[in-house]
Design a protein around this ligand. Sequence first.
Ligand SMILES: Cc1cc2nc3c(=O)[nH]c(=O)nc-3n(C[C@H](O)[C@H](O)[C@H](O)COP(=O)(O)OP(=O)(O)OC[C@H]3O[C@@H](n4cnc5c(N)ncnc54)[C@H](O)[C@@H]3O)c2cc1C
Ligand code: SF4
Length: 349
Amino acid sequence: MSKPIMIVGGGPAGLAAAHALAAFGQPCILVEKEDRLGGAPILEGYAKLVPSGEWARDAIGGMVDRVEAAELIEVRTDTRVSTFTGDAGNFTAGLSNGDSVEVSAAILCTGFTHFDSVNKPEWGFGTYPDVVTTSQVEQMISSGNGVRCLSDGRKPKRVAILLCVGSRDRQIGREWCSKICCTVSANLAMEIREELPDCHVYIYYMDIRTFGLYETKYYWKSQEEFKVKYIKARIAEVTSDGEKLIVKGEDTLVKRPITIPFDLVVHAIGMDPNLDNKEISSVFGVDLEPNGFLDKADSYAATGLTNKTGVFVAGAANGPETIDDSIAQGKAAAMAALEQRQLAARLVG
Ligand SMILES: Cc1cc2nc3c(=O)[nH]c(=O)nc-3n(C[C@H](O)[C@H](O)[C@H](O)COP(=O)(O)OP(=O)(O)OC[C@H]3O[C@@H](n4cnc5c(N)ncnc54)[C@H](O)[C@@H]3O)c2cc1C
Ligand code: SF4
């Protein structure tokens, strides 16, 4: 039997890669540093996903169940890879629990780290309890508790969602667009309006990037059916008058200063490179691209190649990605790993 292929990271990309390999009869070892599989959608408690509208616990939970039930997939949670030596077809991976395993290839599906809003202090996070992140609102909805002000548990009457927090912001060294937060925010705005019909929801934006088919399903629907209001603005600061949060900035369409009171302010946080990427780069010998994500080779011949033969990358590890694209890349990297092994076997044969 051929040596297993190792997948690092058990989020949507890693789960898809493992399932695809097992479906082709290829044994694999799935290494996950946390105590359970599922990646950000499960670990962060996301609510209903875009664009499917399915609860994350059902959609991604189903992927986890499928992987955990597969005979050819050995799952190692609470585990990291500390060393990785050898060449394509014959690698030895040293694991943090002291074991070592022989594998023919590795697929890095180590994902991203959520932007920490304390790095944007002028927008009130960490100072005012009612300034929260999209992840926290997802958790409020998925826990069944509903959207509430954290300071006193009241139902908010006015909510502001601030886009591009930790993305497209040169001042804090994050130039990239996180791709999915406009759509996730429009979706959350509709969910808030559905749960709290008397609540006014405003989305503050620089540009709206509800790309592709999401324009109709989220951008227009949120305005036309759910009466969500969009303000094109440059935000200066979020403060408090003791009762309400105050969002101050400039309406960039009419070029006038605006000061509007809210009960709850939500940061639409972006996707940072995984904090582990320097370590991952050094252990696996793979390059980082200038922003700190794992670099992938530009190639139409195979998806997910890195600079190191036999080591592949998929999903948000190589830049902000949606779940759909992470799954597609996980499967594509699995196929690329199998292809490379087939080619090597033919050369030897
Ligand atoms: C607030 C928010 C809401 C979102 N909602 C949606 C949505 O509704 N729809 C959508 O399409 N996308 C959404 N996204 C994007 C979505 O989170 C990503 O597309 C998806 O999680 C990427 O999957 P992944 O498997 O590549 O990475 P991840 O989900 O980040 O999974 C990576 C896994 O690798 C593990 N790992 C990391 N480092 C190591 C290491 N060194 N060793 C071992 N294991 C490691 C992690 O613990 C994790 O389990 C949202 C993003 C944000 C920020
Ligand atoms: S998807 Fe929207 S909110 Fe997210 S970084 Fe891009 S423009 Fe900003």
